[in-house]
Write a protein that binds this ligand. Structure first.
Ligand SMILES: [Zn+2]
Length: 235
């Protein structure tokens, strides 16, 4: 539940540390900022940080993109359409990588550094096709995801192992496990639809990812992860 859900205008303004007039100015400058459904998630602390920093502007030319020129052109066109707080987040915290059209793979020895990486670490978006809707969708994930602190390799591996254990439990157990797996997939699909809604608002047209594809991918991921030996089985 959002910190802003159910609040009236003065309440929403106060939650962002603004006066009503400032809030209305913000909404007037770009109605998408005030109407942002992602303020129910990671978007809220990001918007607050952007306001506290004095509403810095950014330019699509600052975007750090590596990879296929076809994908890069589409990503730049999308980034130009984003509300300024989101555009600022993308060009200061995210490296976008595109590969799969003119290149099959990429290697760079010096990962790009970012001007102001949120949480002091690089956020990544990886795209495999030149698709405006998909690029906006992944930018929306990045804006919606809760800000996270940097993770040491051991903590990152532990999170992956946790996910693997969950997948194993979902697949190996009985009918109840199957129901749980369906609930996990449903939860992910919910997130996908919310992310599409935000991307649609930004682009001013309906954006939708293939939900059946996402469900298939999730089932495959769960089955794959479950087939891997867990740490206990390995030792
Ligand atoms: Zn998605």
């Amino acid at each position: 539940m959002s910190a802003l859900t159910g609040l009236d205008l003065p309440g929403r303004a106060a939650a962002l540390g603004l006066t009503c007039r400032q809030y209305l100015d913000l909404a007037r400058a770009d109605p998408r900022v005030a109407a942002d459904p992602a303020l129910e998630g990671g978007g809220l602390p990001r918007l607050r940080a952007w306001l506290a920093a004095g509403r810095p502007t950014a330019n699509v030319n600052d975007l750090i993109f590596v990879g296929d020129v076809e994908i890069g052109a589409v990503v730049r066109a999308v980034v130009e359409k984003l509300p300024m707080p989101v555009l600022h987040h993308v060009v200061t915290s995210v490296v976008v990588i595109g590969s799969g059209t003119s290149t099959g793979g990429l290697c760079f020895d010096h990962p790009p550094t970012l001007p102001a990486p949120e949480g002091d670490h690089v956020h990544l978006i990886v795209l495999t096709r030149a698709d405006e809707g998909l690029a906006a969708h992944e930018c929306a994930h990045s804006w919606r995801n809760a800000p996270s602190p940097p993770r040491a390799p051991a903590a990152f591996r532990a999170a992956l192992a946790d996910d693997q254990c969950l997948c194993a439990a979902l697949v190996k157990s009985d009918e109840q496990g199957a129901r749980l797996a369906a609930a996990v997939i449903d939860h992910h699909l919910h997130e996908e639809r919310d992310t599409d809604r935000l991307a649609s608002m930004w682009l001013g047209r309906h954006v939708t990812q293939d939900v059946r594809h996402t469900a298939r991918r999730e089932r495959a991921r769960i089955a794959c992860a479950a087939a891997l030996p867990t740490d206990e089985e390995k030792s």
